[in-house]
Design a protein around this ligand. Structure first.
Ligand code: PLP
Length: 223
């Protein structure tokens, strides 16, 4: 499985960051990928991320890609690289408060809901705009909104997947003009997983989050 990694790294344009999604993988499996040069790893659960972070090399950049509960923010703000799953002002406020304690500025992406299927997580376009208009936001000096994250529908309909990624890119451009014109940090589009990263890259992704194409199928029973 690991043999697929060089191919993947070759195939991605240099400006697209590869995040190895290591949820359910052992420290040993992660080290194997680390030793091939990967430094960005993504986890979807806070507890799992903390325990791995303690055991693995300190130059790993950890990405929180799953839903984040407010009461767990304090466990990750001292080391997390990017939180991809910000979906409320309340969460952003807590990230700011905890980031102050760690004397850090934490990069955050707004998770936008683009799939046509029902999911619980992410902001609609309208909700994202309302969040960005909230006057409270300018007080959050220890968070930096650096872009958007989105997940396409789980489907074999590649036209639909492309349409959804394209809608996220278009929304990104709108937000850039409206809220981040002078802000060069707003530049990330986290989109694309094992099954759809090629389409995502064609549609302007700057970060792909890839698990199974690097590590093989996940076995949730192992944990
Ligand atoms: C698990 C996960 C991925 C990676 O999925 P693969 O299909 O294994 O590449 C990407 N993003 C999120 C948010 C995930 O939870």
């Amino acid at each position: 499985m690991v043999d697929q990694l060089p191919l993947l790294m070759n195939e991605l344009p240099k400006e697209v960051r590869l995040i190895a999604v290591s949820k359910t993988r052992s420290v040993q499996e992660i080290l194997e990928i680390y030793n091939k040069g990967i430094r960005d790893f993504g986890e979807n659960k806070v507890q799992e991320m903390i325990s791995k972070q303690l055991l693995l090399p300190q130059d790993i950049r950890w990405h929180l890609i799953g839903h984040l509960q407010t009461n767990k923010v304090k466990f990750i703000t001292s080391f997390v690289s990017i939180i991809h799953s910000v979906d409320s002002l309340k969460l952003l406020k807590e990230i700011n408060q905890q980031a102050i304690k760690s004397n850090r500025i934490v990069d955050c992406l707004l998770q936008i809901y683009i799939a046509s299927e029902d999911t619980k997580f992410g902001l609609s376009f309208d909700e994202a705009i309302l969040l960005l208009r909230n006057p409270e936001l300018k007080n959050f000096e220890n968070v930096r909104i650096t872009g958007l994250m989105g997940m396409a529908s789980f489907t074999t309909d590649t036209d639909l997947i492309r349409k959804e990624f394209r809608s996220l890119k278009e929304f990104f451009i709108i937000l850039k003009k409206e809220f981040f014109k002078e802000d060069n940090n707003f530049k990330e589009l986290s989109m694309g997983m094992s099954s759809d990263y090629k389409i995502a890259v064609e549609e302007g992704s700057s970060m792909v989050r890839i698990g199974t194409a690097i590590f093989g199928e996940r076995n949730y029973n192992k944990n």
